[in-house]
Design a protein around this ligand. Structure first.
Ligand code: DOR
Length: 446
């Protein structure tokens, strides 16, 4: 009996757990129903993807979408469009909004606003404060929550848990992996005057290596004391890679495309405050250390830390200029360009952007191109060269640190649960984004 599918993506080069090879992907009811030679099967629609690579849907597990509270920088709808235009099928959004996502009503409100308004699927981090440790065990289990985030050093917004006692209290009260912005708040305060007015080159001097290293050592000690798992966000130093390599039993690691691509001092000289983010872009020695960590398997995930601010805000004299840069739309093209330039394999890219999130966060039926999983696909043309330009950026902030860079490797299609969310730069249908489910927190009867 011949099989029938809603859609067959036919003739692409599939990159998944099984390696790389030609094949067809059959989709039924939003799930992957078959992988292989489906030339004899029937389908409502057969999409020819020959000459293209078919990857499991790319997840960006660190984005700031600013809604509610700072919609002049970004909102959930525009951020979702930016994601799918860039080949991203799902995002995890950060809690430093206004109000912060630090209680159940704030989390439920974000899920309500995002549902059927974002083109991609989504989850939200719960923000830790010095006051809410006792509710985090429940909050991290709410629908649409990907876990708890701690800011140990202050960045955009007012979420901050600077001291050991409060970090310990957070870790004690949760059971899921905790994501952490690791910069030591006390050292940041001591060194604040090293940030020279009007001189963004002093950003990585103020927020130096030791600020990050000291905090990561503290965090690892606390996590070990409490027997908890941590995910260290946007690691920036070669030294932390070595430290984290010795702690892989409890720690997972994120690197960002911008820390892997840009380097000080050039990025500050060329781009000024556009290159300003926390933790900072550092020199080429540290960038090489991040690549070594990536090659060695210490890095588990690539996340963009999409952190939009308007160019008007960025034009203020440093350090009044806010830290952060858009990135969700450029993660895939920037990293595919690195693949084409030989810095990582396409299989490792898939490991970092799909299998990594699946393993680190316990995604339910997402993050693998396998039968039974959600039909989330990132379809890319590895040969296509294109210039990244501000005018392509769908974020409300409407700019990218990679403006003017020509890359090779480009997302052609973004398939979310079987539906074309993006095809050849167009967004053909209505937004149908839904909360991601997690194996650790499935509701009864799910
Ligand atoms: O540069 C940054 N910007 N780093 C962060 O940790 C926060 C982010 C933001 O929200 O703007």
């Amino acid at each position: 009996m011949s099989q029938t599918f809603d859609t067959i993506f036919a003739g692409g080069t599939i990159v998944n757990h099984d390696g790389t090879g030609l094949g067809d992907v059959g989709v039924k009811d939003g799930r992957i129903a078959a992988i292989g030679d489906l030339s004899q099967a029937s389908a409502g629609e057969r999409v020819d993807v020959s000459g293209l690579h078919v990857l499991p849907g790319v997840l960006d597990t660190q984005v700031h979408l600013r809604e509610p509270g700072a919609e002049h920088k970004e909102n959930l709808e525009a951020g979702g469009r930016a994601a799918v235009l860039g080949g991203v099928t799902a995002v995890f959004e950060m809690p430093n909004t206004k109000p912060p996502t630090s209680d159940a009503p704030a989390l439920a409100e974000k899920v309500r606003r995002a549902s059927n308004r974002m083109q991609c699927d989504f989850a939200f981090y719960a923000g830790a404060t010095t006051e809410n440790a006792d509710i985090l065990g429940d909050l991290e289990r709410e629908t649409g929550c990907c876990g708890v985030k701690i800011f140990m050093g202050s960045s955009t917004g007012n979420l901050l848990v600077p001291d050991d006692d409060h970090v310990r209290a957070v870790l004690r009260n949760v059971s899921r992996r905790v994501a952490v912005h690791s910069e030591d708040e006390y050292r940041l305060r001591e060194r604040r005057e090293l940030a020279e007015t009007g001189n963004v080159l002093t950003h990585p001097v103020w927020r130096d290596e030791e600020t990050a290293i000291r905090c990561t050592n503290r965090l690892l000690r606390l996590a070990r004391e409490e027997g908890k798992r941590i995910h260290v966000l946007h690691v920036t130093t070669a030294d932390e890679m070595d430290i984290l390599a010795a702690n892989k039993d409890i720690a997972t690691v994120e690197a960002t495309p911008q820390h892997l691509t840009l380097a000080a001092p050039d990025c500050y000289e060329e781009m000024g405050t556009r290159a300003q983010m926390n933790p900072p872009i550092r020199d080429a020695r540290h960038r090489a250390g991040l690549w070594r960590g990536l090659a060695a398997g210490i890095v588990d995930i690539i996340g963009s830390d999409h952190a939009p601010h308007t160019l008007e805000e960025k034009a203020q004299a440093y350090p009044k200029s806010p830290s952060g840069m858009p990135g969700v739309q450029t993660l895939v093209p920037i990293m595919l360009n690195h693949v084409n330039e030989g810095r990582l394999s396409l299989a490792r890219f898939v490991d970092l952007t799909s299998h990594g999130p699946n393993r680190v966060f316990g995604l339910s039926a997402k993050g693998r191109l396998a039968v039974g999983y959600d039909a989330d696909l990132t379809i890319v043309d590895m040969k296509k060269s294109r210039k990244i330009e501000d005018s392509w950026i769908a974020s409300v902030s409407a700019w990218t640190p990679f403006d003017g860079m020509t890359v090779t490797g480009w997302p052609v299609g973004t398939i979310v649960r079987g539906r074309r969310a993006m095809w050849e730069d167009e967004i053909p249908g209505a937004a149908e984004g839904q909360p991601i489910r997690f194996v650790d927190t499935l509701p009864r009867g799910a």
